[in-house]
Design a protein around this ligand. Structure first.
Ligand SMILES: Nc1nc2c(ncn2[C@@H]2O[C@H](COP(=O)(O)OP(=O)(O)OP(=O)(O)O)[C@@H](O)[C@H]2O)c(=O)[nH]1
Ligand SMILES: [Mg+2]
Length: 485
């Protein structure tokens, strides 16, 4: 057996680990998430299943421009209507898999196929091959990419069908480039050629020259281009008579040869592994950018809320909240809610100056003010704080129990003393005034803590938007064994 480019025992677990790690984060602040998703799909949807079963049937994507005759050719090879062909453009709107062994794992990303739609097994395809008829490049799949591109990304080999009279209009050339980039063995079919043999030769030579010039075919006369003449369509199969495609059939059988298949899989998997290494380098660079962007966003949150928090605490200690000493706790809640709005505005303004922050602000005008739940949580927390003043006063005065009126008076005095450090209750109404002064210090500490908690709660929505900052450990996990050494 032809060995795969990597020692399977070593390469596969590392690839799986990397595939899992790639699913454990997003690159939304740096803008690299598309690269991350594509790399993850390449590993999980192609490389891992293919390396797990290197001797499995070769998945051959049949691609090309609309009306080039892809479906007609497949029907001709199968001698049965495998995939409807027709005059409507496009005719094929979903991939059709012609397989003798069900859906291969590399095509597991196609919901319709997984649901069993578009998988044909009768008659069996040439042994060792799974042929996939694709829609033309204008037909997009669920992920917004051309369905033909998605099939090509999952394939081990490619049959590119060009129309003999329209190949020069470059329909589907991007598919050839993609196949070449993946190092897929590619068979070029120049289909629907005119009947005259000399014109057939001329067109075939010209097509070959163009392929060589684009660097997707090694050299003229190297083979790889099969000509098929425009012929009669048999109503029962929807394809040409079998003898018209005998050349194509022969080439497909050559592809199906076990040795050729192993060589093909080894080559494509090797190229995929090289692409994965390059892709990992790119994603690691994105990850560093992501961490920098996330840290800058977090810095802005810390700066905004910490500043407001310490301003509020300083105001409390300096007695600048003394004006609220006669107001109920709801007035204090209103103060901290206004401060939360101020903090949010500061964060949003700082975010606006950063591309990642700007992206997060888009469509979220609510970020410019306090959060929707902050009013409620502030009222609750401050009511709780105020309710704790009675027990605090009783504890400070060494009293387990007071009559209700006395208890209320002590708590009210403590409330005032907390907010107004200069306030001294009249000895007639309140006993233990000096002890209460000490309790007021503790009450002020608790109040500052309550303010902090409300502000912290308000900042959570910003932190949730930023998400976790990528770690150095994650960066280390995005390496394959032996990489970078
Ligand atoms: N007479 C004749 N008609 C052909 C031949 N090849 C294709 N056609 C016709 O050309 C039209 C398009 O063929 P299809 O096989 O549907 O082409 P396709 O590449 O699968 O097209 P899409 O599915 O749209 O991508 C159909 O009406 C076919 O019958 C041929 O060799 N002879
Ligand atoms: Mg078709």
């Amino acid at each position: 057996m032809v060995p795969l480019p990597e020692d399977r025992d070593d390469g596969l677990p590392a690839l799986r680990r990397v595939g899992e790690s790639l699913g454990s984060f997003r690159l939304e602040h740096s803008g690299g998430d598309a690269a991350r998703r594509a790399l993850r799909a390449q590993i999980r949807e192609y490389l891992v299943p293919r390396l797990l079963d290197p001797d499995g049937a070769l998945v051959v994507a049949v691609v090309g421009g609309s009306g080039s005759g892809k479906s007609t050719l497949l029907n001709a090879v199968a001698r049965r209507r495998i995939s409807p062909a027709g005059p409507l453009r496009p005719t094929t709107t979903h991939p059709v898999v012609w397989s003798g062994e069900g859906l291969p794992p590399t095509l597991g990303g196609f919901a319709l196929l997984v649901a069993g739609r578009g998988v044909v097994s009768d008659p069996a395809p040439p042994e060792g091959l799974i042929l996939v008829d694709t829609p033309p490049p204008s037909v997009l799949g669920d992920d917004g990419r051309p369905a033909a591109v998605a099939v090509l990304e999952a394939a081990d080999a490619c049959v590119f069908v060009a129309s003999g009279i329209r190949y020069a209009d470059a329909a589907g050339w991007e598919l050839i480039e993609l196949a070449a980039g993946r190092r897929l063995p590619t068979l070029f079919v120049l289909n629907r050629l005119p009947a005259a043999p000399d014109i057939q030769n001329l067109l075939q030579e010209d097509f070959t020259r163009r392929l060589v010039a684009r660097g997707v075919l090694a050299e003229p006369g190297a083979g790889g281009v099969v000509g098929v003449a425009e012929g009669p369509i048999l109503p029962e199969s929807g394809g040409l008579p079998p003898e018209w495609v005998s050349g194509l059939r022969k080439e497909l059988e050559a592809m199906a040869d076990p040795l050729a298949r192993r060589r093909a899989v080894a080559g494509v998997a090797g190229a995929a592994q090289r692409r994965v290494r390059q892709g990992l380098e790119v994603v690691r660079a994105w990850l560093v950018d992501e961490a920098v962007a996330a840290l800058a966003l977090c810095d802005a949150i810390d700066a905004g809320y910490r500043r407001v928090g310490s301003e509020l605490t300083a105001a409390l200690h300096a007695g600048r909240l003394a004006g609220l000493a006669g107001e109920p706790p709801a007035a204090l809640a209103a103060v901290v809610v206004r401060r939360a709005s101020l903090a949010a505005r500061r964060v949003a303004a700082a975010w606006e100056a950063q591309p990642a922050g700007k992206r997060l602000l888009r469509g979220r005008p609510e970020l410019w003010a306090h959060g929707a739940d902050t009013g409620e949580s502030a009222s609750r927390d401050l009511a709780e704080w105020a309710a704790g003043l009675g027990p605090l006063a009783a504890e400070a005065c060494g009293r387990a129990w007071w009559r209700r009126r006395r208890a209320r008076r002590q708590a009210e005095a403590l409330y005032r003393m907390t907010l107004d450090p200069l306030y001294r209750p009249e000895p007639r109404t309140v006993r233990h005034a000096t002890v209460l002064l000490r309790a007021a210090k503790e009450a002020r500490r608790r109040l500052a803590e309550t303010f902090e908690a409300v502000l912290e709660g308000d900042s959570t929505r910003f932190r949730e938007l930023v998400g976790a900052v990528p770690s150095g450990a994650l960066l280390a996990r995005l390496r394959l064994d032996g990489e970078g050494r």
